[in-house]
Design a protein around this ligand. Structure first.
Ligand code: GLA
Length: 669
């Protein structure tokens, strides 16, 4: 990743997706006036505008986009100009039926929604390069252009003949010969041994459980294939003007076949779209986790702390399963500033103006169907003013001395059929560890394996199922350097091909941890097993043998009664912990707090009252303390310095309003 982001030392980015192609020109002017009122300085334009830019193959209608960019520039609003390749026009489907995606069941999809293409189909790639090239040529030097936004949320898969051929080519590159593939996928099982590449296909619907190695590689193949679709567009955009940064917005969720850590190296700024999925405090927990995840990817990509950008968020709604929950007053600002606190270079919304129709007509917008005389517009304007007061404070380094490992492929592998229990969830376990620390006020980085761990006193591996030799080496180097380690169940059980590491679980780490796990005892959804010292274990339990470690907590009841549940071993001055079950939330919080304390990782703001989130950032001017009050009462927090949002001097104690946010430029101590 390069560091040419234009916002590095300027104002924070503020704006969102703007779709002028949905509106007549008088609305464009009204929108731009409203954007200026709200303090907007960046809009993402043209994400789904392909059919308006190329209504017929090869016939381009760019006049409207010329006018849009020409209106934005004098208004002081810059464009994140999108390539529209996530939504090919209907003519594309009729002209290139072979480029439409095929599901695992063999059903060929057609247009009518978005994302109906196979990214391995040559016709799609040609058409995508063509429209990206047209935009590059026309706009690369436009003064309004701040950033290229390639595509939208890469994440599709396909099983068509093009995809199958490309999968074989990818596998040839990965394994060299069939012997290596047969070995990695353990095809000796169920007579799956391949003797000719023509026999190797995508994991289409089959009679019973599919091969785990094949499923895992299919995900990796799509991550790499989609990445090449991105990088070939990037090449065209960079060739037209190397000074303009290029990125693509990442969607989160373990259904997405994207290895974001790998992608982070290919974008000029990591961007994420974030939408919490629950209306309770879980929304704040998820916001903190997603922001820390994005920061970890940015650091992984750059090799050092780097800014990232919240590319999409919802101004006034949380979409829970089956229901849109309207955000309470103040919540949008807290969510937005929680991202900024953790290194986002700004706040971008989906979307600026709500469409009058279309599938997402009731999705969140700054300018709603009711217009701009609304609560949400006034809050967005206040947020714009708040962000302006924080200008020049990004990026900086977030203070954290715990690192939680996160690995896309481990998440995919745990989802495979034939695991000892359904619902195994590495991202969920990473989030659970993060949540436990978040409630204890202890800041954590979330990092892909291999990321430099400078500053991390405690490394947590949460159900990090896959362990390559390189990952094992990364963990060992952390411990050899005096770092503490906490490993949870199912970590290091398999190698990078999902092949089990033999000799007792967890094969990758048992010597380091001083344990040997003989047998799994997965628990039912509603089952709990008591632990000595209080609390319970959930989801999972194991028959653990001590091999150098000591028992910290034992199972108290059931078939594992009296056997080790949580263990600890001293390595030099550090502790390495093994946790063979998922402790209930309170027990997990206490356990992780204790492991962090012993490692020297303490809360960011030890005297902050419960419900107040504190994030400290260091930059060249000193430190900034973000305080987010998630309660409905005023909260008094010890702090000293200058509060940037109000301009008030803080002399020892600061009162943060109910649901409010304060940002203190701290006095050097
Ligand atoms: C995603 C997409 C947007 C839109 C929003 C709706 O993040 O990128 O186009 O569909 O979700 O929440």
């Amino acid at each position: 990743m390069t560091t040419k982001a234009p916002w590095s030392d300027g104002p924070l980015c503020y704006g969102g997706d703007w779709n002028p192609e949905q509106w007549p020109p008088h609305v464009w002017r009204e929108d731009i006036a409203l954007m200026r009122d709200a303090g907007v300085n960046l809009v993402t334009v043209g994400v789904f505008a392909w059919s308006r830019l190329e209504p017929e193959p090869g016939r381009h209608t760019l006049d409207w986009l010329d006018r849009i960019l020409d209106l934005l520039h004098p208004a002081g609003i810059r464009a994140a100009l999108a390539t529209p390749t996530a939504s090919p026009p209907p003519w594309f489907s009729l002209r290139h039926p072979d480029a439409l995606p095929v599901t695992a069941d063999g059903v060929r999809l057609t247009h009518g929604s978005r994302d109906t293409y196979c990214a391995a189909a040559p016709a799609y790639r040609d058409a995508a390069r063509s429209i990206a090239g047209v935009l590059a040529t026309r706009y690369a030097d436009h003064p309004a252009l701040a950033l290229w936004h390639v595509h939208n949320e890469y994440g599709t898969t396909c099983h068509c003949p093009h995809a199958e051929a490309a999968f074989r080519r990818w596998l040839t590159g990965r394994y060299g010969d069939l012997d290596a593939l047969n070995d990695a996928w353990v095809t000796s099982f169920w007579s799956q041994h391949y003797t000719d590449w023509a026999q190797v296909g995508t994991p289409r619907a089959t009679q019973y459980l599919a091969n785990p190695g094949q499923l895992l590689d299919f995900r990796r193949f799509w991550s790499d294939t989609l990445l090449s679709a991105y990088t070939e567009q990037r090449a065209l955009l960079r060739a037209a003007n190397p000074a303009v940064p290029v990125t693509t917005n990442c969607v989160l969720g373990d259904w997405v076949p994207i290895d974001h850590a790998r992608w982070a190296r290919e974008v000029d700024v990591v961007t994420i779209d974030h939408y919490p999925t629950t209306a309770d405090l879980g929304a704040e927990e998820q916001t903190a986790f997603a922001a820390d995840l994005a920061r970890g990817w940015a650091r992984h990509g750059a090799g050092h702390a780097a800014p990232w950008l919240l590319a999409e968020s919802a101004p006034n709604q949380i979409h829970t399963a089956g229901r849109m929950h309207t955000k309470e007053p103040g919540r949008m600002t807290r969510h937005s500033l929680a991202h900024v606190a953790r290194g986002s270079a700004g706040v971008m919304f989906f979307q600026w103006r709500a469409p009058a129709g279309g599938a997402e007509r009731f999705h969140s917008a700054v300018v709603s169907h009711a217009g701009a005389d609304t609560r949400v517009f006034r809050e967005a304007t206040d947020l714009g003013a708040a962000l302006a007061r924080l200008a020049g404070t990004a990026p900086g380094r977030v203070e954290a001395s715990v690192a939680i490992a996160y690995d896309a492929a481990s998440g995919w592998a745990l989802r495979h059929p034939g695991m000892p229990r359904a619902g195994l969830d590495h991202p969920g376990e990473a989030a659970a560890a993060h949540r436990a620390l978040w409630h204890a006020g202890v800041a954590a980085d979330v990092v892909p394996p291999g990321t430099p761990l400078d500053g991390a006193r405690l490394l947590v591996l949460p159900a990090l199922y896959l362990a390559s030799d390189a990952t094992i080496d990364w963990v060992r180097r952390h411990v050899d350097a005096g770092g503490h380690l906490l490993v949870t169940w199912l970590s290091g059980v398999a190698n990078e091909h999902a092949r089990v590491r033999l000799g007792g679980y967890p094969g990758a780490y048992r010597d380091l941890l001083g344990v040997r796990v003989e047998e799994f005892h997965p628990l039912a959804d509603d089952e709990e097993v008591p632990l000595t010292g209080g609390g319970t274990g959930r989801i999972w339990s194991e028959r653990v043998h001590l091999a150098g470690a000591e028992t910290v907590r034992a199972y108290a009841g059931g078939v594992l009664d009296g056997r080790p549940a949580i263990t600890r071993r001293r390595v030099g001055d550090a502790y390495v912990w093994y946790v063979s079950t998922r402790p209930d939330d309170d027990t997990y919080r206490r356990l992780l707090t204790e492991a962090a304390r012993l490692a020297g990782a303490t809360p960011t703001c030890p005297d902050a009252p419960p419900g107040v989130e504190a994030v400290r950032r260091h930059d060249t001017d000193g430190s900034l303390l973000y305080l987010l009050n998630h309660t409905d009462r005023p909260q008094r927090v010890p702090a000293a310095g200058f509060e940037l949002l109000t301009g008030a001097t803080v002399d020892g104690v600061l009162t943060v309003a109910p649901g409010g946010v304060a940002v203190v430029r701290e006095e050097p101590s």
